[in-house]
Design a binder for this molecule. Structure first.
Ligand SMILES: [Zn+2]
Length: 583
């Protein structure tokens, strides 16, 4: 039976791969990944890895890999549908009858489209005469037009039926309007009226780019209405599971996220260049939100308001974030009640300084190393020194190396000289390692880059490397699929990779989660191969890298010509001739 895509997304989300694998394998975290002994082949050193952020497992020994569903199939020897049923049971989910789920999914799609339409309406009102006051308010609070567009900020006019009429005109039924949470029903006569009136509107957008709700802020000072109003919970909006600004912040290059209280703080921070800011949605931080954050970062700087409520919220948030595997730093703002005010008073540079003080990456990594060892034990102390030295030798500034060497020496109660020597040795080891790695890459002929699995062949290895990269990039950042126009599945030199690309593209277009778990119709060997690809790619995710790969594929596709073994022999013969060697 074919399971509905939305159901499979939820199934994957509610069965974190590290938890499911963790029932069979003892996993230890190392960086972003977790390692353990492979359950599929006998081994003494851990070459089995799980990447929670990517939702995959992969074994470097036997090259098995895939999504959480593949793992369940493999470990229990189950068919695909039975593995899905087992996971559904594990997460307490009902396996839906096809028809019922399809209709629920269609309903979701209508609500996403309705919200997009509503966002357009609000945005247009902000620039209409009726929105003049609201626009002035926004500009007066320091938001520029660029940032208003980036966040899709809009204005809900004071009328009672502006939005209701706009949406009816677009063909949405009264039932759909009610389901959206954007309208209320009059108790007197049952008429529908706009829920948000005379408010600056902030669309709440999920990580897939769907508008799922709105937050509205009053603009009149003397208004008696609540200062902030959010959409109620609907079929598509669960405030416990979403974060304001995450759709933008997930693309940041900063290694950490900034978590603040208000939507306006997020907008202000992004405007000043801190594109890593997000806010919880008018609730105190939930476990679901922390889990969502941990998919994108392992460090968070908390900046809540300085008042009592803010301080209490901070105290509650810390253990929740730590439980999700996130390192937390708290930033106390002096002389300003929130980041918005701080940025206006003191500017971005002062703020950056504060952030650097609070989220010092080296320091926290050294602390993490320290926590692993008991320094009273001599062997462990040596390991602590070695591992710290490995980290310190990667620092580019000599001042930093000196400072941190000093700190480690002090902690371990050894001399500064001894620590310096340790760092020197680590540095030499690192250089040697990198040299060996480069030599390996230089020496590897194209043949060796053929897949391990002999059932899978690449017709054009050069193009296939670029194709692998395209898939890995899009799997890690689905928004990149908006920038692959011109690339067609049939241009891929490997049928398998082309098929993956085509499925990812169509999932993305229908607003589904783009992940390995959503792929269908692949053999376990093929899934292992795809997981391996995703596992190997860890470089920066950006559009430039994507465009470079696409160009390579298009070029190779242009000059595509089947090169047979005979061709190769012929080429070899000619080359030898040129060099004066007799064939
Ligand atoms: Zn294995």
């Amino acid at each position: 039976m074919a399971f509905p895509p939305a159901f499979l997304d939820e199934l994957t989300a509610r069965n974190p791969i590290e938890d499911v694998v963790g029932q069979y394998v003892t996993l230890k975290r190392s960086g972003a990944n977790m390692f353990g002994l492979c359950p599929f082949h006998g081994e003494k050193t851990a070459s089995f890895s799980v990447a929670p952020d990517k939702g995959i497992y992969y074994c470097f020994g036997c090259h098995k890999g895939g999504s959480v569903i593949n793992f369940q199939m493999e470990i229990e020897g189950l068919s695909y549908p039975d593995a899905v049923r087992a996971l559904a049971k594990r997460a307490g989910m009902e396996v839906p009858e096809d028809e019922q789920y399809q209709s629920r999914y269609r309903q979701q799609e209508r609500l996403w489209a309705l919200h997009k339409e509503a966002a357009r309406f609000f945005h247009s009102q902000l620039y209409a005469p009726v929105g003049a006051e609201a626009l002035n308010y926004a500009l007066g609070r320091g938001m520029n037009k660029y940032i208003l567009t980036t966040f899709g900020v809009g204005y809900a006019p004071e009328s009672w039926d502006g939005l209701v009429n706009a949406l009816r005109k677009k063909g949405y039924t009264d039932q759909e309007l009610r389901d959206s949470g954007l309208v209320s029903v009059s108790r007197k006569n049952g008429n529908l009226y706009d829920r948000f009136r005379d408010r600056l509107m902030f669309p709440i957008i999920d990580v897939r780019g769907n508008v799922i709700a709105f937050g509205g802020r009053i603009i009149k000072k003397d208004s008696e209405a609540a200062k902030y109003l959010n959409s109620p919970e609907t079929l598509i909006f669960n405030k416990r599971k979403n974060l304001f600004g995450l759709n933008l912040a997930k693309k940041t290059k900063h290694p950490y996220f900034i978590l603040v209280e208000g939507n306006i703080d997020v907008v202000a921070l992004h405007q000043y260049g801190f594109d890593n800011a997000v806010a919880s949605l008018g609730t105190s931080l939930t476990e679901e939100q922390a889990a969502l954050l941990s998919k994108y970062t392992d460090q968070v700087v908390l900046i809540y308001d300085g008042d009592n409520a803010g301080q209490n919220a901070t105290k509650r948030a810390i253990p929740i974030l730590e439980k999700a595997g996130i390192q937390v730093k708290v930033l106390q703002l002096r002389d300003a009640k929130d980041p918005d005010e701080f940025l206006k008073k003191f500017g971005a540079d002062r703020f950056k300084l504060l952030l650097e003080e609070s989220s010092n990456r080296v320091e926290y990594q050294l602390n993490a190393i320290l926590k692993k060892y008991d320094l009273r034990d001599d062997d462990q102390k040596v390991k602590y020194l070695q591992e710290s030295a490995e980290l310190i030798c990667t620092l580019s500034s000599s001042v930093q190396r000196e400072v941190y060497s000093g700190r480690v020496a002090e902690t371990a109660k050894i001399s500064m000289e001894a620590m310096k020597m340790e760092v020197g040795r680590a540095f030499k080891r690192r250089i040697a390692r990198e040299k060996r790695k480069q030599e390996k890459i230089d020496l590897a002929p194209a043949q060796n880059r053929q897949p391990q699995n002999h059932k899978i062949r690449y017709n054009n290895v050069h193009s296939a490397m670029a194709e692998e990269m395209v898939l890995a990039l899009c799997l890690r950042e689905s928004a990149l699929l908006d920038h692959t126009s011109g690339l067609k599945p049939e241009m891929f030199s490997s049928e398998l990779l082309g098929k993956v690309f085509s499925q990812l593209t169509s999932r993305h277009r229908s607003g589904l989660e783009v992940s390995l778990g959503g792929l269908t119709d692949f053999t376990p060997e093929e899934m292992s191969h795809i997981a391996g690809i995703l596992h190997r790619q860890n470089g920066p995710v950006n559009e430039q890298a994507l465009q470079d790969c696409i160009r390579t594929i298009l070029d190779e596709n242009q000059s595509a010509k089947v090169v047979t073994d005979d061709d190769l022999l012929e080429r070899q013969r000619r080359m030898k001739q040129r060099k004066g060697i007799k064939a």
